[in-house]
Design a protein around this ligand. Sequence first.
Ligand code: SF4
Length: 412
Amino acid sequence: MTQGPPPIATTKMMKKLMADHFLGLDRAAREGSPKVAWCTSVGPAELLHAMGFDVYFPENHGAMLGATRMSTETIPAANAVGYSPDICSYLTADVGAFLKGTTPLTRAYGIESVPKPDVLVFNTNQCRDVQDWFEWYGRHFKAPVIGVRTQRGVGEVEESMVSDIAAQIEALVPTLEEISGNKFDIDRLRETVGLSKQCTVMWRQVLEYGAKTPAQMTFFDHTIHMAPAVVLRGKPEAVAYYEALLTELKERDQAGLSAVPGEKYRLYWDGMPVWGRLRMLGDLMTELNTAIVASTYCNSWIFDAFDAADPFRSMARAYLELFIVRDEAFKEKYIQRHVELYGCQGIVFHDAKTCPNNSNNRYAMPQRFSEVHGVPTLVINGDLNDLRCFSDEQAKTNLEAFVEQIAEAAAA
Ligand code: SF4
């Protein structure tokens, strides 16, 4: 086994931040104050913070179910009440866990259950599943489910689309005022959008360390360190976290540390992580002297458009410009740009069985990369949470053969 660099020390700070986040939500739900809003991962979190809600992200809980491999036990419980094994396995793992009365929060923080929502707020920019998911809980808790319905397959982002989404976000305000008991304050919204912007700028800088050779962090590290950008954006804690992480990355860079000792090859990852196999895949890539230095998934929490001076429109643009919302031509250019920026010699496409929205191999993108752009590609079959769809052996064999192909091309 190749000896890796010392662990990233700032991770300890994140563990404390995440513990405070979940314990705070648990307390708020039990005491009834502040009110709890559930939000989709790329939903209007800034508005919810500005309205005084504690904000909970069920997709983060879904990823925890996957990473702890509890999802294997919980998905069948949701299948049994009619939620197909073919739909989002965050949804099925999460609803199944609730039905079974179990959560990884118990082991991690001694918390009995996910926090009861006072309101659930979705944005369909990523998929329809999030709305169906929230509606299940809305029926269960008799809580209002409100949201934003975003266009999909967008090419150019038109001003009319931004106006539509901005109006939809603004239209949430009266309901949120009624539920929170707080009056909307535009300055408070400017502040949270400003904090999200700071968070986004620093998260981008963290990811761009991957463009250096050797890379300081890989995709597998990014999936862990992205947590504050997902659940704490709009809050000062996320900004403080990335300040500390950037300081440490700079020091590690100056000390010549490398995430993958003896890094020889560099790859791009497209698609969802396989949450229950991050360790296995990370160790395998280290053994192969290969760093997965960038990914579409971790880049998805960069929101360049945030602007505190124009909070509603800039939120609308930020949540509309996302990769997942865009058409195939945009996606191809985006990946090509990142493959070049990060010096990647190949692309691994993860075809996640239950997430067509984040599986970009299904309309001949890998073939276009190989044939038109001359970039080697590999498709791995798997899933984000449902490990019945993933074979360790098959993934290992395919990745080993792929790296060998890249090594031969590099030597030629
Ligand atoms: S984008 Fe995919 S993984 Fe995320 S909630 Fe939608 S279906 Fe699930």
